[in-house]
Design a protein around this ligand. Sequence first.
Ligand code: NDP
Ligand code: PMR
Length: 388
Amino acid sequence: MALQLLPSTLSVPKKGSSMGAVAVKDTAAFLGVSSKAKKASLAVRTQVATAPSSVTTSPCSATAKPSGKKTLRQGVVVITGASSGLGLAAAKALAETGKWHVVMACRDFLKASKAAKAAGMADGSYTVMHLDLASLDSVRQFVDAFRRAEMPLDVLVCNAAIYRPTARTPTFTADGHEMSVGVNHLGHFLLARLLMEDLQKSDYPSRRMVIVGSITGNSNTLAGNVPPKASLGDLRGLAGGLSGASGSAMIDGDESFDGAKAYKDSKVCNMLTMQEFHRRYHEETGITFSSLYPGCIATTGLFREHIPLFRTLFPPFQKFITKGFVSEAESGKRLAQVVAEPSLTKSGVYWSWNKDSASFENQLSQEASDPEKARKVWELSEKLVGLA
Ligand code: NDP
Ligand code: PMR
């Protein structure tokens, strides 16, 4: 259930500060700070009196220096689902460079705060803000609260996800959409669409939107051929709103619900959405849109609903048999590269890493790279989230 965040409960005193400018070596990609860039000098402390799980506490300073100087203000990156696993590891990796302020957009404020502290993230390097992707109202409230905090938005990472492999009956978001696709795709779709405005306003030299994908949504791989395979069909279930009541809860319109397939289908939507953003906005805005498969992070909370035997055997299976295993820390570094590395600015790319942990542009399956399907998913999703 989304936590209602009343605008009146937020207060945002702004303080001038010259802290937070980060010296950058002679990397061409970082030199283009616009002369029109406003010298944003921000210190944000938001306080909420009545709703502890929507409190944001850590100060952020993001300072733009005049153009021509080899300095770069601290970047601001929003990461959804940063309370555990890949999102937390990436948040930590980025925050500890000192070059990034991380906005941890999480459904459980207390869990996220404790996770940041336990991970050793320094006070002031992050802000926790409430976001429940299972409620479109909560997504809109997050966007409002983020804007109220007057931070720039330089990079958005759509990372949060749920996986319900043993579910044989669907559950639904506050808006009545099947939960896996609702959270993993539709919530992020609305968030990303709304925050495009903010990304476009950013004066940061390399603005990016990253939507986390997966090998299991790609049927051109062995992992993607493990049943149930992802397939969106003719999208009739999505067109029907995934409500279950008046139609199917599955994107392809299948009458029977399969939680594992719903997750894989949602990942196909994530990868298609990234490419559709690229086609619609990259040339016009210069924003980099990318997706990635971070490796098999077999120890994360993603598998919390799987049977105990799976949770026991999955990490050694991935470590010793498929050798696709990566630690949470390593996966976090990979996502951090897609957020920040000057070498990964190419837009429309689905990044993966080889056995030496070097990044490469990977091939998506036919379905996950079908432009016509991407356009249809975009248009149907627009309707479901109230944008069209
Ligand atoms: P985790 O379960 O550790 O992290 C998922 C995060 O999403 C958690 O922070 C969780 O919050 C959050 N979340 C879940 N539901 C919501 C919601 N309704 N609103 C807001 N946040 C929500 O899993 P991973 O770190 O493994 O997954 C991260 C991403 O990586 C996902 O996109 C996944 O598809 C992808 N991925 C993972 C792989 C793996 O092997 N683990 C492989 C390939 C891709 P909370 O802490 O409150 O539960
Ligand atoms: Mg898979 C190279 C082989 C490979 C890789 C990289 C993965 C990744 N898996 C591989 C192979 C296999 N898996 C094989 C041969 C099997 C049959 C024994 C197998 C089974 C399997 C299951 C039951 N694998 C799984 C599951 C899950 O429940 C996980 C899943 O699909 O979550 C959606 C999963 C995964 N295997 C992976 C990765 C990365 C996952 C999970 C994470 C994800 O896609 O988000």
